[in-house]
Design a protein around this ligand. Sequence first.
Ligand code: FES
Length: 137
Amino acid sequence: MGWRRTRREFLALVVSGPLVQGCGAMRALDVADNRPPGAPAAFVAKEEDVKSALYFVKGDIKGVLVRTPKGLVGYRNKCTLKGAPCVLKEGALVCVLDGSAFDPTTGKVLRGPAREPLAPLKLDFKNGFVLLAAGQK
Ligand code: FES
């Protein structure tokens, strides 16, 4: 195969590769590299570090934490149509592939083509840390 890539291959490279590091628009933190000393194993982020949205990778989970008027919420950052990631843009979590938009407070679809809401992550909060609740895979 030459240098040409399909759109899906290009997006996979951007989301998981070095391009995202320089982009700044959607930088996913690898939780394993950012866990502070003394933080529980379920650590995802410091609450204070979630300004508007924080994208992370923890094991097999690619997630996004969003600060909403109702507090911090989390979702698997995987569009329910084809699995592409979403970015917080103009008040919605917007799929980077086909543009579906999800309500950041509820995960519900605001605009298709996706029909199913984003999968929520169960979170716990302790000592200023955001933790993944037990039992999530
Ligand atoms: S993968 Fe999200 S709208 Fe297509």
